[in-house]
Design a protein around this ligand. Sequence first.
Ligand SMILES: *[C@@H]1O[C@H](CO)[C@@H](O)[C@H](O)[C@H]1NC(C)=O
Ligand SMILES: *[C@@H]1O[C@H](CO)[C@@H](O)[C@H](O)[C@H]1NC(C)=O
Ligand SMILES: [Zn+2]
Length: 418
Amino acid sequence: MMEALLLLGFVAVVVGTVPGGQYAGDKVLRLKPENEQQLQFLREVAHTVKIDFWQPPSLELVTTNSSVDLRVPAGWVSDIQSQLEKTGLKHDVLIDDVKTVMEKQFDQVDLSSTRYNYEKYHEWIEIESWMAKIATENPRLISWFRIGRSYEHRNIFILRVGKRTGATKPTIFMDCGMHAREWISPAFCQWFVKEAVESYGKNCSMTTLLNNLDFLVVPVVNVDGYIYSWTKDRFWRKTRSRNRGTVCVGTDANRNFNAKWCSVGASRNPCDETYCGSHAESELEVKAVANVIRKYKGIKAYITIHSYSQMCLFPYSYTYSLTSNYKELNFIARKAVKALKNLHGTQYTYGPAAFIIYPSAGGSDDWAFDFGVKYSFTFELRDTGKYGFLLPESQIKPTCEETMLAINYIATYIANLP
Ligand SMILES: *[C@@H]1O[C@H](CO)[C@@H](O)[C@H](O)[C@H]1NC(C)=O
Ligand SMILES: *[C@@H]1O[C@H](CO)[C@@H](O)[C@H](O)[C@H]1NC(C)=O
Ligand SMILES: [Zn+2]
């Protein structure tokens, strides 16, 4: 009997952790191709080896003198490193062994606590029951409903957070988990909701916000992908929809919105990480988000949470043109980033995405902006590459605390609009 229990406990722990064995010996390298030859070398390598582009997410987005973070499979590391030397392409090793860092990402399992631990990453089933629980326990502040189903028929939920007044209040829409592997993003959406319920009636600024605004929060947009990143491939980015005529699965949800769809910085090849899909809003997850923004009255701001690279971006991504309210957006981003930095000194860059990162079309912030939501922001949370997508759980709290200050600044700005 005792042995059976022990065995069960062991199985439970193993099931709850992403298998890391497949990444043993993989390295994450950062390099900066300085001329056309070096760029060409990178193209050849990416052609022969299945390299995982972390930042930017695909080869096509790499330009001369831009920095590139790559996960190189163990079997190719020494080959590629020596070839890099020959080409004169300098590189830093960001992560020496992906498997080791993956294991260190999780804190020791805390079995004693029955309270929801916001300083841990959670699987989808845990997040789903957390939503039900927090909504049931806070009926005057939170309601939740389904906004659609994923490709694999899972429910996509939204939480409405704000004091019930009966009136239509100005609303801020915020989504997390559009890209599966960016785990800090769903962790932040959960943190935000926790902070709202815990500080309502206690913290003056949060109370005022929740009295005057509603927040619509989607903790995980890309549910299928998120689950896949927990069970099969930690570095999965896209949705899990099947594509015609190929075994390659998934579409990049943040290239699938109807904003100059697939015109730049996106791929027509279903095997690429930035595949834009068969048509705009081909992804059920994308359609679900867009439908809420189309139908819900009073949405004044759109915020989408990604990682990593510590940036606050705003439209446009699909063009180098500036928006008509560029000065105002730039002012808000500057102030939000300043508020964020005040807590732990974390530095963010900010500006229009096409300039700050690279031009790309089909993004959710551009689409929301063109639809009429004139305050539209993309956050790329911690870090700047030391851990990348493998940000340790010990950084969930400081990351979320500082991000709250940026969101608080934007929300207060929206609440005070005439
Ligand atoms: C890239 O950087 C190198 C070294 O700083 C410089 O010589 C070169 O002109 C730059 N190339 C471009 C395209 O900016
Ligand atoms: C209330 O919350 C805001 C924003 O999160 C924070 O800056 C402020 O310090 C909090 N005030 C108190 C009294 O805790
Ligand atoms: Zn992302």
